[in-house]
Design a protein around this ligand. Structure first.
Ligand SMILES: O=C(O)[C@H]1O[C@H](OP(=O)(O)OP(=O)(O)OC[C@H]2O[C@@H](n3ccc(=O)[nH]c3=O)[C@H](O)[C@@H]2O)[C@H](O)[C@@H](O)[C@H]1O
Length: 431
């Protein structure tokens, strides 16, 4: 009996010889019968999918009580493979916030030189999670596995340290953003305080203990008016909750260094920018608005003084992070007991040449070939500081840190990435 397929679509023209009316009639009944069978199957599949999705959402919503979406033999294999070291004397690094801006760049750089890298990220929606998913795909293409999880999940962290003897933790997961702290203060406590402590607890209990390199912030200098900012300058006047949580982080990491012998290096980043950056930051949101013909708000300081930042290009920051990992020194504790003093360091990672926000806008207008629609506003009391300016002599001496990318060049690279990623052709949206 010829198959339905063969009868309806004869492979050889002229093959279709049966009386057309009779054949079509028979086919119609057969089709009807098979259609109703297919309909019943479709109904069954829909019911099955719906019940699976409702169970999945039940599990997800109660993930505190159910086994999370991690664990198992396959998962452990992915973690181990990703953590493998492929160079003599290489590192095995747990990168928190690996789907983030700095985290993804550092992970790629470490993997490229043969270090083992495992990421962890909670893929939260502080900004467009699709950008984080795209970064995850990019890292996966370089065999970097990112565990979807929160640094507050002590079970997950214990499991990760159980599966891999990490030599280092590159801690970049945080709630970032100076001004957002006034909208969602708890997010800063959850990630920058509770999350940090959970991570440090897991690290000090690990055997061997990893060395910790983590992202502090230039914002800890707060209202300090001695320029350029040096690491020994006062940092007891934070101007935002964000800055206060980063300052607290420096104190908290110091106690874990003192009590448990964790090697700690804190890096005070200065307004980092570049391809795959954060959409919440001025350079990124200005670019988006300028291209979409929307206005941008340019804050200005007291007495109409332009605000300025020591904008630092991502590739320079990555070199500073890797220099810190390579010179971190070892943690001295094991199983939570300290055997001797361990290094505790703090470095500025900046560009040492502050640029005003209006100049940033002019550079963007030049690269985008579009004039910005500017709204000039006095800086609201939102935790912003008038300027930042890094003294990097300590990082230069200890880490070999030497920034080489100026804002003109860096923004040109960012704009090129932005236009390609968001599908612009000569400044006009492609789709
Ligand atoms: O160095 C850091 O440690 C911090 O750097 C970054 O903070 P900031 O230096 O504030 O960067 P960013 O928001 O780009 O504002 C830049 C300038 O544009 C001004 N600004 C901003 C927005 C706007 O709409 N208009 C405006 O004038 C604004 O007043 C400011 O003068 C990181 O976000 C933060 O997570 C932390 O890493």
């Amino acid at each position: 009996m010829p198959s339905l397929e063969e009868e309806l679509f004869p492979s050889t023209p002229g093959k279709f010889k049966i009386d057309r009316a009779h054949a079509i009639n028979r086919q119609f009944h057969r089709c009807f019968a098979s259609t109703s069978t297919m309909f019943l199957w479709a109904l069954f599949l829909i019911a099955l999918t719906a019940s699976y999705l409702s169970f999945q959402s039940f599990v997800d919503s109660g993930s505190r009580y159910f086994s999370a979406s991690w664990g198992g033999i396959q998962w452990e294999k992915q973690v181990r493979t990703s953590a493998e070291i492929h160079r003599s004397g290489g590192l095995s690094v747990l990168v928190t916030g690996a789907a983030g801006f700095v985290g993804s760049h550092v992970s790629l750089a470490l993997k490229k030189r043969g270090d083992g890298v495992v990421g962890i990220d909670n893929f939260n929606n502080y900004y467009d999670p699709s950008l984080k998913k795209s970064r995850k795909v990019l890292l996966a293409s370089r065999n970097i596995f990112i565990v979807e999880g929160d640094i507050n999940d002590q079970r997950l962290l214990a499991k990760l340290f159980d599966v891999v003897a990490f030599t280092h933790v590159m801690h970049l997961a945080a709630q970032a953003g100076v001004r957002y702290a006034m909208e969602n203060p708890n997010s800063y406590i959850h990630s920058n305080i509770a999350g940090l402590v959970t991570l440090l607890e897991a690290s000090k209990s690990a055997n061997p203990q990893p060395a910790i390199v983590w992202a502090s912030s230039s914002s800890v200098y707060g209202l300090n008016d001695k320029v350029p900012f040096s690491e020994s300058d006062r940092t007891d006047q934070p101007a935002s909750l964000y800055a206060a949580t980063k300052k607290a982080g420096e104190e908290i990491t110091h106690t874990y260094n003192h009590i448990y012998g964790l090697s700690v290096t804190g890096l005070r980043f200065f307004t980092v920018y570049g391809p795959w950056g954060r959409p919440d930051m001025a350079y990124f949101s200005f670019t988006r608005n300028i291209l979409q013909g929307k206005p941008i708000t340019v804050y200005r300081g007291k007495n109409h003084v332009d605000l300025a930042r020591d904008f630092t290009y991502i590739d320079d920051i990555v070199k500073g992070c890797i220099g810190s990992l390579d010179t971190s020194g070892k943690s001295t504790g094991s199983g939570g007991k300290k055997k001797g003093p361990a290094p505790y360091r703090i470095f500025n990672l900046g560009n040492t040449s502050p640029v005003t926000v209006p100049t940033l806008v002019s550079i963007l207008e030049k690269h985008l070939k579009v004039k910005a629609k500017k709204i000039i506003l006095d800086m609201p009391g939102n935790g912003d500081v008038p300027f930042t300016h890094a003294n990097i002599s300590s990082a230069r001496r200890e880490l070999g840190y030497k920034p080489t990318t100026d804002l003109q060049t860096g923004l040109k690279k960012f704009v090129r990435w932005y236009l390609s990623y968001y599908g612009y052709n000569h400044g006009k949206p492609v789709n």
